[in-house]
Design a protein around this ligand. Structure first.
Ligand code: ZN
Ligand code: ZN
Ligand code: ZN
Length: 112
Protein backbone atom coordinates (compact mmCIF):
# COMPACT_ATOMS: atom_id res chain seq x y z
CA UNK A 1 0.00 0.00 0.00
CA UNK A 2 1.21 3.45 -0.87
CA UNK A 3 1.80 5.98 1.83
CA UNK A 4 -0.22 9.15 1.70
CA UNK A 5 1.46 12.04 -0.01
CA UNK A 6 1.81 14.97 2.34
CA UNK A 7 2.81 17.27 -0.52
CA UNK A 8 -0.44 16.79 -2.42
CA UNK A 9 -2.42 16.99 0.78
CA UNK A 10 -0.87 20.37 1.44
CA UNK A 11 -1.58 21.49 -2.13
CA UNK A 12 -5.16 20.28 -1.95
CA UNK A 13 -6.04 21.81 1.37
CA UNK A 14 -3.65 24.36 2.68
CA UNK A 15 -2.57 26.52 -0.20
CA UNK A 16 -3.07 30.18 0.56
CA UNK A 17 -1.39 31.90 -2.37
CA UNK A 18 -0.95 31.27 -6.08
CA UNK A 19 2.34 30.61 -7.81
CA UNK A 20 3.23 32.87 -10.71
CA UNK A 21 4.02 30.99 -13.92
CA UNK A 22 7.47 31.84 -15.25
CA UNK A 23 6.10 32.39 -18.73
CA UNK A 24 4.02 31.05 -21.59
CA UNK A 25 6.33 28.19 -22.43
CA UNK A 26 8.99 25.86 -21.09
CA UNK A 27 11.75 28.03 -19.62
CA UNK A 28 14.61 25.91 -20.96
CA UNK A 29 13.06 25.18 -24.38
CA UNK A 30 12.42 28.87 -24.98
CA UNK A 31 16.12 29.51 -24.33
CA UNK A 32 17.39 26.71 -26.53
CA UNK A 33 14.76 26.70 -29.27
CA UNK A 34 13.40 23.35 -28.19
CA UNK A 35 9.88 22.07 -28.72
CA UNK A 36 7.39 20.60 -26.31
CA UNK A 37 4.15 18.64 -26.27
CA UNK A 38 2.51 19.72 -23.02
CA UNK A 39 3.47 22.08 -20.23
CA UNK A 40 3.74 21.57 -16.48
CA UNK A 41 3.77 24.20 -13.74
CA UNK A 42 5.91 23.79 -10.61
CA UNK A 43 3.69 24.55 -7.63
CA UNK A 44 6.67 25.50 -5.49
CA UNK A 45 8.25 28.22 -7.61
CA UNK A 46 6.17 28.66 -10.78
CA UNK A 47 8.73 27.15 -13.17
CA UNK A 48 7.05 26.16 -16.43
CA UNK A 49 8.60 23.07 -17.98
CA UNK A 50 7.78 20.51 -20.64
CA UNK A 51 6.18 17.12 -19.96
CA UNK A 52 7.64 13.63 -20.26
CA UNK A 53 6.24 13.24 -23.78
CA UNK A 54 8.41 16.17 -24.84
CA UNK A 55 11.96 15.56 -26.10
CA UNK A 56 13.70 17.30 -23.19
CA UNK A 57 11.41 16.58 -20.20
CA UNK A 58 12.33 19.79 -18.45
CA UNK A 59 9.60 19.56 -15.79
CA UNK A 60 11.11 16.29 -14.53
CA UNK A 61 14.61 17.72 -14.80
CA UNK A 62 13.45 20.70 -12.75
CA UNK A 63 12.32 18.31 -10.01
CA UNK A 64 15.67 16.52 -10.01
CA UNK A 65 17.54 19.81 -9.92
CA UNK A 66 15.47 21.52 -7.22
CA UNK A 67 13.54 18.77 -5.35
CA UNK A 68 10.35 20.77 -5.86
CA UNK A 69 8.00 17.78 -5.64
CA UNK A 70 4.65 18.84 -7.10
CA UNK A 71 3.63 20.05 -10.56
CA UNK A 72 0.26 20.97 -11.98
CA UNK A 73 -0.74 20.58 -15.59
CA UNK A 74 -0.26 23.93 -17.34
CA UNK A 75 -2.83 23.23 -20.04
CA UNK A 76 -6.30 24.73 -20.47
CA UNK A 77 -9.02 23.00 -18.46
CA UNK A 78 -6.61 20.64 -16.68
CA UNK A 79 -6.39 20.89 -12.91
CA UNK A 80 -4.58 17.76 -11.79
CA UNK A 81 -1.36 17.75 -9.84
CA UNK A 82 1.43 15.17 -9.68
CA UNK A 83 3.95 14.48 -6.94
CA UNK A 84 7.26 13.21 -8.31
CA UNK A 85 8.48 12.05 -4.92
CA UNK A 86 5.51 9.85 -4.10
CA UNK A 87 4.38 9.23 -7.70
CA UNK A 88 0.81 10.11 -6.93
CA UNK A 89 -1.76 12.18 -8.76
CA UNK A 90 -4.43 14.42 -7.28
CA UNK A 91 -7.40 15.35 -9.48
CA UNK A 92 -9.17 18.69 -9.35
CA UNK A 93 -6.87 20.67 -7.13
CA UNK A 94 -7.98 24.17 -6.19
CA UNK A 95 -6.35 26.60 -8.59
CA UNK A 96 -5.90 30.33 -8.67
CA UNK A 97 -6.38 32.57 -11.69
CA UNK A 98 -3.27 32.45 -13.87
CA UNK A 99 -2.37 28.89 -12.96
CA UNK A 100 -4.33 27.50 -15.90
CA UNK A 101 -3.62 29.09 -19.26
CA UNK A 102 -6.57 30.15 -21.46
CA UNK A 103 -5.10 28.36 -24.48
CA UNK A 104 -2.46 25.75 -25.17
CA UNK A 105 0.82 27.57 -25.61
CA UNK A 106 2.70 25.94 -28.45
CA UNK A 107 6.44 26.06 -29.01
CA UNK A 108 7.32 29.06 -31.17
CA UNK A 109 9.40 27.20 -33.70
CA UNK A 110 7.09 24.53 -35.06
CA UNK A 111 7.77 25.77 -38.59
CA UNK A 112 11.21 25.31 -40.15
ZN1 ZN B 1 4.43 13.77 -2.25
ZN1 ZN C 1 11.46 22.02 -22.19
ZN1 ZN D 1 10.15 24.73 -8.89
Amino acid sequence: MKKACSHLEAIGRHRTAPVHPSGHGCVECLKTGGEWVHLRLCLTCGHVGCCDDSPSRHATKHFHATSHPVIKSFEPGEDWAWCYEDEQVLERIPTYPGESPPVHYAAPMSAP
